[in-house]
Design a protein around this ligand. Structure first.
Ligand code: MG
Length: 280
């Protein structure tokens, strides 16, 4: 059995981002399946925390199983599942208008919430929930606007990523939909549950009854994964198999002097590939 590097020896929980860390688009990043297995053999708990709300946790289980990583629903915390569990705490069986895809709609439906159709005539709407929607239309925005301005709905967002990484480059992210709703209502979301909000990581720690010193966040994006991990007070590792390059991180370090806020964008560790968590 390989040994973990010194900084990680005491850790009991590894929280991984998915895209750019475990896989890139549909392709497994080399060796990652073996590394996850090795961690589990060391009795380390592995959890996945993604901002991508477009597919359900069941679909993530399928996707990882196909890539050779055994997993179960409770291993996944998506911005859709986190948002849904918080909405359920606030109100059971609420009426929701969704700008988003199946991942978000199914999570809400499975928890008993009622998903309204576009132009559905109802007097009161509890929430407008906005996530990534690759079929966004003018009419969906109009419905969201009406629900918020005329029907008392609270505006909530899953995440506000500016871009969505795809196999070859980037596409517009959920933040585009969130900003569109803000523009036509004059309102900002009451809460954005996804990273960089540390909310999801805190929830993972709580659900696993673990103190923060035992957890580590591994991600490829500074302004979501690393920022959320630092805000939650856990060890953060940036892995360079995704969207961030070493020179981007160095540039932040160099310009830090007058931008105290940027400090939280810097990871505790930078690794080229996941294998580097082990002593070679
Ligand atoms: Mg990522």
């Amino acid at each position: 059995m390989r040994e973990l590097i010194d900084d990680l020896k005491k850790k009991k929980l590894f929280i991984f981002d998915l895209d750019g860390v475990i896989y890139r688009g549909k392709k497994l990043i080399e060796n990652v399946n073996k590394i996850i297995k090795e961690l589990r053999e060391m009795s380390i708990k592995v959890i996945y925390n993604t901002n991508n709300s477009t597919i359900t946790r069941e679909m993530y289980v399928d996707k990882l199983n196909k890539l050779g990583i055994e997993s179960k629903i409770s291993d996944f915390y998506t911005s859709a599942s986190i948002t849904t569990s918080e909405i359920t705490k606030m109100k059971k069986n609420s009426k929701v208008f969704v700008i988003g895809e199946i991942g978000l709609k199914k999570e809400l439906e499975n928890s008993g919430h009622i998903i309204l159709k576009e132009d559905e005539e109802v007097d009161n709407v509890d929430y407008v929930v906005v996530g990534l929607d690759r079929d966004l239309t003018y009419n969906k925005l109009y419905s969201a606007q009406k629900c918020i301005l005329e029907k008392g709905a609270e505006f909530i967002a899953t995440n506000s990523d500016s871009t969505l990484p795809v196999e070859k480059g980037i596409k517009p992210g959920a933040g585009v939909m969130v900003n569109a709703v803000t523009t036509c209502t004059g309102k900002y979301p009451k809460v954005i549950y996804g990273k960089p909000n540390p909310f999801g990581i805190n929830k993972i720690l709580e659900d696993n009854s673990l103190m923060k010193e035992y957890a580590v966040m591994i991600g490829d994006r500074l302004n979501t994964d690393i920022l959320a991990g630092n805000r939650a007070g856990i060890t953060t590792i940036a892995v360079l198999t995704g969207v961030t390059t070493r020179s981007e991180i160095e540039n932040i370090r160099i310009t830090l002097n007058n931008a105290e806020n940027d400090k939280d964008l810097l990871p505790n560790l930078i690794i080229e590939k996941l294998d580097d968590i082990f002593i070679s």
